[in-house]
Design a protein around this ligand. Structure first.
Ligand SMILES: CC(C)=CCC/C(C)=C/CC/C(C)=C/CC/C(C)=C/[C@@H]1[C@@H](COP(=O)(O)OP(=O)(O)O)[C@]1(C)CC/C=C(\C)CC/C=C(\C)CCC=C(C)C
Ligand code: ATP
Ligand code: MN
Length: 328
């Protein structure tokens, strides 16, 4: 009898969690949709893709779906058709986002994300904020101070951290507050974006954009002209040292949070943290010439980072482990 009650309960949960099981054929389409998301991720971001291969299958495909939505959002303002993009197009993209969160996806790739947000407690706000970041990017090409730049980084990258945590999961044994884990995820997004900006200074300048705090440039005795001329001077080196130091601070802040994630998610996040942070080392190795040289991490270094990340993934979450060790 007890077993029967148990079975009854279990099947209720199954129906609750997987409404798509009801329509024959949907599961097959959904698999196709997720597979396509995986292909897009593999094509655009080998490093992230590699990282996701280390996750559990459910989490992996959910991260792929999130990745693809972020990539499509970014392509709206950065891709080939970007010059035709208007704020109205972004408004339409936001309506479409609301629809997919309400289980009304427009296309296959949206359908994958729609399924993901029905399975994991992902909030719509960071997605909306990312679109807001793209709106900002359309109308703004200078940042007065770090506060303004931080806000931009939150919109386009901090949001990715917030979207990912509910999928990656916090370790059940972790004693860290949920808030502190989200703060670390936010910090990793900011750190990645700051690194991305420092790597791409020359490329962005050629598009008339300077994602560096204007007041700090002035303090260093630098002007927009200096960036457009792209000459590596001591003033530039000193400015860059400060910017790199700040990006590393955000990576440091993120480190504490990675350890609180569920075991299977720690390795890929460590891997992406270590890999992305090394871009900063490469900028230094290029003697701060980020005008004409693109800092990149060699294949060998990328490969070496994987076992390093694996090792770090065994650092245990904050729990009573330490105090109980002390008690022994
Ligand atoms: C395993 C893992 C790290 C998964 C996250 C994958 C994911 C959903 C990525 C989305 C990335 C994306 C397409 C964002 C759109 C805006 C954008 C382009 C941001 C830049 C990314 C770098 O991309 P790339 O090098 O390809 O740049 P180019 O376009 O080629 O110039 C960003 C710099 C931001 C990326 C930010 C993150 C990946 C946030 C990472 C934080 C977490 C995964 C949270 C981890 C949790 C804790 C507690 C630390
Ligand atoms: N097929 C490609 N065509 C054009 N640019 C590319 C291509 N592949 C990579 N890039 C550019 O070169 C940079 C470095 O590429 P790399 O393969 O090291 O990283 P990735 O594939 O972008 O992965 P991640 O973004 O996770 O580091 C990328 O950020 C991207 O801007
Ligand atoms: Mn990339």
């Amino acid at each position: 009898m007890a077993a029967l009650v148990k079975d009854q309960k279990r099947s209720e949960i199954v129906v609750d969690v997987k409404p798509d099981m009801v329509i024959p054929g949907t599961m097959y389409l959904l698999k196709e949709a997720y597979d396509r998301c995986g292909e897009v991720c593999a094509e655009y971001a080998k490093t992230f893709y590699l990282g996701t291969l280390l996750m559990t299958p459910e989490r992996r495909r959910a991260i792929w779906a999130i990745y693809v939505w972020c990539r499509r959002t970014d392509e709206l303002v950065d891709g080939h058709n970007a010059s035709h993009i208007t704020p109205t197009a972004l408004d339409r993209w936001e309506l479409r986002l609301e629809d997919l969160f309400a289980a009304r996806p427009y296309d296959m790739l949206d359908a994958a994300l729609s399924d993901t947000v029905s399975r994991f407690p992902v909030d719509i706000q960071p997605f909306k904020d990312m679109i807001e970041g793209m709106r900002m990017d359309l109308k703004k090409s200078r940042y007065e101070n770090f506060d303004e730049l931080y806000l931009y980084c939150y919109y386009v990258a901090g949001t990715v951290g917030l979207m990912s945590v509910p999928v990656m999961g916090i370790a059940p044994e972790s004693k860290a507050t949920t808030e502190s884990v989200y703060n670390a995820a936010l910090a990793l997004g900011i750190a990645n974006q700051l690194t991305n900006i420092l790597r791409d200074v020359g490329e962005d300048a050629r598009r008339g954009r300077i994602y560096l705090p204007q007041d700090e440039l002035a303090d260093a005795g630098l002007s927009d002209e200096d960036i457009f001329n792209g000459k590596v001077t001591d003033k530039w080196r000193n400015f860059m040292k400060i910017q790199i130091k700040r990006a590393r601070m955000f990576f440091k802040q993120a480190e504490q949070g990675v350890t609180e994630l569920s075991q299977a998610s720690r390795w890929p996040v460590w891997a992406s943290l270590l890999l992305y942070r090394q871009i900063l080392d490469e900028i230094e190795a290029n003697d701060y010439n980020n005008f004409t040289k693109r800092a990149y991490v060699s294949k060998a270094k990328k490969l070496l980072s994987l076992p390093m990340a694996y090792g770090k993934s065994f650092l245990s979450p904050s729990s009573h482990t330490q105090s109980s060790l002390l008690r022994v």
